[in-house]
Structure formats: structure tokens, C-alpha cells
Design a protein around this ligand. Structure first.
Ligand code: FAD
Length: 244
């Protein structure tokens, strides 16, 4: 049911980097949530400037098979109403949210290979999709390109490495736009990665999640290479990008 109210209790808070946090929410009433991998939930949070609460959306970062508990991935935005509320939650706190909502989920595209492109915490819906694909024994090729700034922004690397070892049809590249000395991995913006590495789109379905700049550029790049389904989840209009 769309936009259903869910009550939950925070059962885990995990700092992944200096400004990214993962929280676990155990559903209390109703005890389960039914959603598609890639969908989001929304919180009504106090707004410091307005009498009415502000609504903020957060993609579910855990798979739909986990019905009694969801994981959210949060980026710290100083003084942001949503960020202030969610970063203020501690283990044991009660909260409520609405959802699931959104049409950014895996579509039936026949046997097309999948390309996921994320910047920053835009990885959240893809983590849900990847877990879901893994559980359903996916046979298609899945490629994830993930843009972050520097080494201090890295997380989930071991998790994706383990998945890539387990599933030869999954590969991922994390690219750092402003690496500190010592980085031996891929360097540059995720847009460049797509421009350089995607040669044919004939058998491809593309999913993009993150800031508007990246989404617009990659949409343009892919469209120039040919016709294929491109699904987009724009989280915000960028001032400075997560991987710039
Ligand atoms: C469908 C959807 C799903 C989303 N899922 C997530 C999620 O899983 N995790 C998450 O952290 N955010 C997510 N967002 C963004 C989230 O809804 C809020 O916009 C964000 O938390 C900032 O809200 P705020 O009230 O703290 O700050 P605001 O004052 O509303 O935002 C300040 C500025 O922060 C920037 N910003 C917003 N989100 C981010 C971000 N994630 N990373 C870097 N800069 C950002 C934008 O420039 C924005 O204008 C999602 C947005 C949408 C539309």
C-alpha cells in the first residue's frame, strides 16, 4: 500500500565515514513493510524556519526480503532538517515514516545487462537491488560504477568485492574524483568512466541515482551511444557534486 504510515525503532547506528551513517529500523507497527528494491520511504521532520514539518525521502538500502527491518544510508548535511533529525536518532529511539514510494525499481527488460551508476549515498537503492538480484540468482551481467571524492569517503567496498567474487557476472568500479596520494584505484568522475567504458548500449538497461549534474550528463552520454532504457532517481540539484 503506498504511503502507509510505519512505526519503527532504531536498532542500529553505524558510522561508515566522517559524514555517512547507516541506520537500521525495526518495524513495530505494522511489523512488516513490502516494497520493491529501489523504492524510498519519507519522514516528516521539524523545520527550523517553518511551522509545518518538511518531508524528506530516503531510499531503502536493504533488500525487500527483509520485511521486518530496513536499512537507510544517510549523508550528513549540516543544518539540513532531514539530516539533523535522522542523525539525531539513537539506538532504541522510536520513529515513523511513510512509504514505500517511487518508481525507481528494477523493470522487466528481458535479458538486458544492467548498468548502475551512483554518486555518493546514491548507492543506497543499488545496494537493495544488488542484494535482491543476488537472492534471486540473477544471470544477467550487472555493472556498478560509483563516484566518490577521496579515500575518506569509501565504504561498502569489501561488501561489493565479496559479491563480485561470489558472482562473476557482477563487477564494480569505484572512482575517486579527488584522491589523496596513494590511491591505486580508478581516478576521475563517474561520468568519464561511463564515457570511456560503455561502448554499446544495444543490450543495456541503465539506472542512475544521485545529483542532477551527473544524471543529466550520463543521460546525454548514453543517449548519444544509442537507444536503451534509462531510469533516473534525482535526489537533489547539485551545487557541488558528490564526486566532483
Ligand atoms: C527519492 C529520494 C531518495 C533519497 N534518498 C536518500 C538517501 O537514501 N540518503 C540520503 O542521504 N539522502 C537521500 N535523499 C536526499 C534527502 O531526501 C534529503 O534531501 C537530504 O537528506 C537533505 O535534506 P536536509 O533536510 O538534511 O537538507 P536540505 O537543507 O533539504 O538540503 C540541503 C542540500 O543538501 C544537498 N543534498 C541533499 N541530499 C544530499 C545527499 N544525499 N548527498 C549530498 N548532498 C545532498 C542538496 O544540495 C540540498 O539542496 C533522497 C532524495 C530523494 C528525492
Amino acid at each position: 500500500m503506498p504511503h502507509q504510515l510505519h512505526h519503527a525503532q532504531v536498532d542500529q547506528v553505524r558510522n561508515l565515514t566522517h559524514d555517512v551513517r547507516e541506520i537500521g529500523l525495526r518495524l513495530t507497527d505494522p511489523a512488516e513493510i513490502h516494497f520493491k528494491a529501489g523504492q524510498f520511504v519519507s519522514f516528516d521532520v521539524p523545520h527550523p524556519k517553518f511551522p509545518r514539518p518538511a518531508t524528506r525521502a530516503y531510499s531503502i538500502a536493504s533488500p525487500p526480503s527483509q520485511k521486518g527491518r530496513i536499512t537507510l544510508l544517510l549523508n550528513l548535511i549540516p543544518d539540513g532538517p532531514g539530516s539533523t533529525y535522522l542523525f539525531g536518532l539513537k539506538e532504541g529511539d522510536e520513529t515513523q515514516f511513510k512509504g514505500p514510494a517511487g518508481s525507481f525499481y528494477l523493470k522487466e527488460d528481458g535479458q538486458r545487462d544492467l548498468l548502475f551508476v551512483a554518486t555518493g549515498t546514491g548507492i543506497a537503492p543499488f545496494r537493495s537491488m544488488l542484494d535482491h538480484l543476488l537472492e534471486s540468482g540473477f544471470a544477467r551481467s550487472v555493472t556498478l560504477y560509483w563516484g566518490l571524492r577521496s579515500q575518506k569517503d569509501l565504504y561498502y567496498q569489501k561488501e561489493f568485492e565479496a559479491l563480485a567474487k561470489q558472482r562473476p557476472n557482477f563487477r564494480f568500479i569505484t572512482t575517486l574524483s579527488r584522491p589523496e596520494p596513494g590511491w591505486t584505484g580508478t581516478t576521475g568522475r563517474v561520468t568519464t568512466l561511463v564515457a570511456d567504458r560503455v561502448s554499446s548500449v544495444t543490450n543495456l538497461s541503465v539506472y542512475l541515482c544521485g545529483n542532477s549534474g551527473m544524471i543529466g550528463e550520463i543521460y546525454g552520454l548514453i543517449s548519444q551511444k544509442g537507444l536503451c532504457p534509462i531510469r533516473k532517481e534525482k535526489w537533489y540539484d547539485d551545487v557541488g557534486e558528490a564526486d566532483d
